[in-house]
Write a protein that binds this ligand. Structure first.
Ligand SMILES: Cc1cc2nc3c(=O)[nH]c(=O)nc-3n(C[C@H](O)[C@H](O)[C@H](O)COP(=O)(O)OP(=O)(O)OC[C@H]3O[C@@H](n4cnc5c(N)ncnc54)[C@H](O)[C@@H]3O)c2cc1C
Length: 408
């Protein structure tokens, strides 16, 4: 054991955050080792953006994250969008911008990000060992890292870049939480983020496969928890699609505290919807419910809404009671479903929760509980909206930690 080399820094986890951190440490002349439990590094990078890797976003800002705003501000000061773009271009990766500021490799394949990154890490002289899961870290000078295979490694500094427990079929694991906890950190219970939602109303299965544009509000009683607007996809279990995925983190964090409702507004863009509906009634009032909604709503959505709102199908709209009319108009703008749960971890692209961010230095990502240890990426209680924000945080936190490690 005394003959073991002492690394300047060992990085646990060769995902987005660990790879960039190792690269920057090695470039600064540090003797750096990456230990990766999987047989290959960066598997989530490969899967990201449907295999296209949405690497960053031109509009990245603190408002895209559930995290202390100061923490994100610091990370974005060190590694803002322009720097991120230039950094990957300097690695030889041609990038292309798509709608809403999202950046992808121009080849349209995530291998175009991972391969140049791996090459740069190796050319800079950082070592990478795969199939090495770190199971215990003993504090000291140096730190001693134990792996499942029974190997030991020594390092003056350690970076925990183990990611979250989301997507266990692609390296997601609780391992990082356990390592951090053993070093004195507290863990905010992880909750599935960037995922679809199960709803209690089984009849929603009648809408399976239908896409619609809507404004969504997740709320508990009268307290709004999150808003979003965009495409919603109905499924046999509940709701999915970009607008749902972007509120899923807030919903799943709040579910353990009590029931959460989801209001769907199909007509958010209408300035005076009641007047619009009134005019429609004057024109088409002789029609029965199903025909009255033709041209306004997808047929299946209209049929389900008729059942939900308790509308009698055979009565012309002009003969509805004022209560029935008002109920129908209200439901079109606020159709409430009850959230049963988030979809399982296997379908969550990220995790909310993780290492308590109040226990790290916002500038350097060094642990305040265990100096010499740095914690980066999705292992922290930081989660971003969909659109390249999670990868951006993984890169920026790994880069910020390396900047500090390179000074030492
Ligand atoms: C299907 C999918 C699509 C996504 N799409 C996007 C997208 O388009 N844009 C975006 O911004 N984000 C996307 N994300 C999220 C993004 O991939 C993650 O936020 C990001 O990879 C987190 O980086 P990380 O380095 O913190 O963790 P990871 O990339 O998860 O890397 C952690 C690494 O640590 C290893 N590890 C864990 N524990 C140990 C241990 N004890 N010992 C050794 N190794 C260990 C793991 O095997 C893994 O390789 C997506 C995620 C998924 C699952």
């Amino acid at each position: 054991m005394n003959n073991l080399p002492i690394y300047d820094v060992i990085i646990v986890g060769a995902g987005a955050s660990g790879l960039i951190c190792a690269l920057e440490c090695a470039r600064a002349g540090k003797k750096a080792l990456l230990l990766e439990k999987d047989a290959q590094p960066g598997r989530k990078i490969l899967a990201s953006g449907n295999g296209r890797c949405n690497i960053t976003n031109r509009f990245v800002s603190p408002k895209h994250y559930h995290a202390p705003q100061k923490l994100i501000e610091q990370a974005l000061t060190v590694f803002p969008f322009e720097k991120c773009k230039n950094y990957f271009e300097a690695l030889g990766i041609a990038l292309r911008e798509e709608e809403n500021g999202r950046f992808f490799p121009a080849t349209g394949k995530s291998t175009a990000v991972l391969e140049p990154l791996k090459l740069a890490v190796s050319e800079a002289g950082a070592e990478l060992l795969t199939g090495q899961e770190v199971t215990r870290i003993k504090k000291g000078k140096p730190f001693i890292l134990y792996t499942q295979k029974g190997d030991l490694f020594k390092a003056n500094k350690v970076v925990l870049a183990c990611g979250s427990c989301a997507y266990p079929q692609l390296t997601g694991t609780q391992s990082g939480y356990q390592l951090a906890q053993n070093l004195g950190h507290s863990i905010i219970p992880p909750a599935a983020a960037l995922c679809a939602l199960n709803v209690q109303e089984k009849a929603i299965a009648r809408l399976q496969g239908i896409r619609a544009q809507a404004a969504l509000t997740a709320r508990r009683q009268n307290q709004a928890l999150a808003h979003s607007q965009g495409e919603i996809l109905f499924t046999n279990y509940g709701v999915s699609g970009p607008a749902v995925i972007n509120i899923s983190s807030e919903v799943s964090r709040n579910l353990p505290k009590g029931p959460v409702e989801l209001d769907i507004n199909f007509f958010a863009g209408y300035a005076d919807f009641s007047a619009f509906m009134q005019r429609r009634k004057e024109t088409f009032g002789k029609r029965r419910a199903k025909d009255f909604f033709a041209g306004l709503l997808h047929e299946n959505i209209a049929n389900l809404l008729i059942d939900f709102a308790g509308i009698r199908k055979n009565i012309p709209v002009k003969d509805w009671t004022p209560g029935t009319w008002q109920n129908a108009v209200n439901t079109l703008q606020k159709w409430t479903f009850h959230i049963a749960s988030a979809r399982p971890w296997q379908e969550a692209m990220a995790a909310s929760g993780g290492v308590n961010t109040s226990e790290i230095n916002y500038n350097t990502f060094e642990s305040l509980k265990c100096p010499g240890v740095f914690i980066t990426g999705e292992l922290l209680d930081v989660d971003g909206a969909s659109g390249g924000f999670n990868l951006h945080f993984a890169w920026s936190s790994g880069f910020a930690a390396a900047r500090k490690l390179s000074e030492v």
